[in-house]
Design a protein around this ligand. Structure first.
Ligand code: RP5
Length: 167
């Protein structure tokens, strides 16, 4: 079994302005006790840094990359182009086009370079963390137990929510 390293997930965002969205992924990882690093790496403003980061990700012990970007959101795709570490893309909601631009930029990858694209915004960020957890849980029984408990608690909360409905 693979040794669990100190950092398993990298949360990468194109701008500091993406952090309110990507923080949701960070909090979800923390809830599941998954170690992560967070980085601001702009595909357009920092192309050399992007390339170096992605090429070194696997040897740095990163098992999954969560990449959030908005607008012409090339970050997840360009990370995926430079590494075999799985990349999960989060389309950040934009002021002008509500994140549909981000979604289409991230999801429409050419065959051969996959990005697992989540929903726009905070739901996508939360699910990116949970998707990363599912990937990692295949080799980590303790994480699998935490993820199972998360799902069970979620189901229980949904079932109990019915009792709080107004007349
Ligand atoms: C993208 O451009 C970033 O991911 C961000 O969502 C968007 C706007 O960036 P800022 O102008 O706020 O830095 O690269």
């Amino acid at each position: 079994m693979k040794e669990v390293t100190s950092v398993q997930v990298a949360i990468v965002m194109g701008s500091k302005s993406d952090w309110p969205t990507m923080k949701v992924a960070a909090k979800q990882l923390e809830q599941l006790a998954i170690p992560y690093v967070k980085r601001v790496i702009s595909a357009h403003r920092m192309p050399e840094t992007l390339s170096t980061f992605a090429k070194n990700a696997a040897t740095a012990g990163i098992d999954v990359i969560i990449a959030g970007a908005g607008g012409a959101a090339h970050l997840p795709g360009m990370l995926a182009a430079n590494t075999l570490v799985p990349v999960i893309g989060v389309p950040v909601k934009t002021r002008t086009l509500n994140g549909v631009d981000s979604l289409l930029s991230i999801v429409q990858m050419p065959a051969g370079v996959p990005v697992a694209t989540m929903a726009i915004g905070e739901a996508g960020a939360a699910n990116a963390a949970l998707f990363a957890a599912s990937i990692l849980a295949g080799h980590d029984p303790a994480l699998l137990a935490r993820l199972t408990a998360f799902r069970e608690a979620q189901t229980k909360a949904a079932e109990e929510s019915e009792a709080a409905l107004d007349d």
